[in-house]
Design a binder for this molecule. Structure first.
Ligand code: CA
Length: 114
């Protein structure tokens, strides 16, 4: 399995492919800067203790294309409150209540954390 640094990347979708949740490939968890899967997309195959300066407090939509649950946190290192746990396969054009523009870390786990 690739290390986190190699398995994580930021991508800016070309205009023709923008707003397409299918840009999030099988095995990836993806966050988008804007609602409806628009703007900068972050994808990762594992947990991220920090989503990076470009996505910190900016994520507004997601797709969980992994077989794990994904839990959002307000602060680095999975701290600052557990907003919601997203089941495997979930896709949404908006974030769960209270989680818009605040996610700073997320963790992939076998079960829901909150
Ligand atoms: Ca935050």
């Amino acid at each position: 399995m690739l290390g986190t640094a190699l398995a994580t990347a930021l991508a800016t979708a070309p205009p023709a492919a923008a707003r397409n949740p299918d840009n999030c490939l099988p095995g990836q968890f993806c966050l988008w800067e804007s609602v409806d899967h628009g703007g900068v997309m972050l994808y990762s195959t594992g947990s991220m203790a920090y989503v990076g300066d470009l996505m910190n407090d900016r994520a507004s939509s997601f797709r969980n294309n992994t077989s794990s649950w994904v839990t959002f946190y307000d602060s680095r290192d999975y701290r600052g409150g557990c907003f919601d746990s997203i089941p495997p396969g979930a896709v949404s054009p908006v974030m769960p209540p209270g989680a818009d523009d605040v996610v700073t870390s997320f963790r992939l786990t076998r079960w829901a954390n909150c």
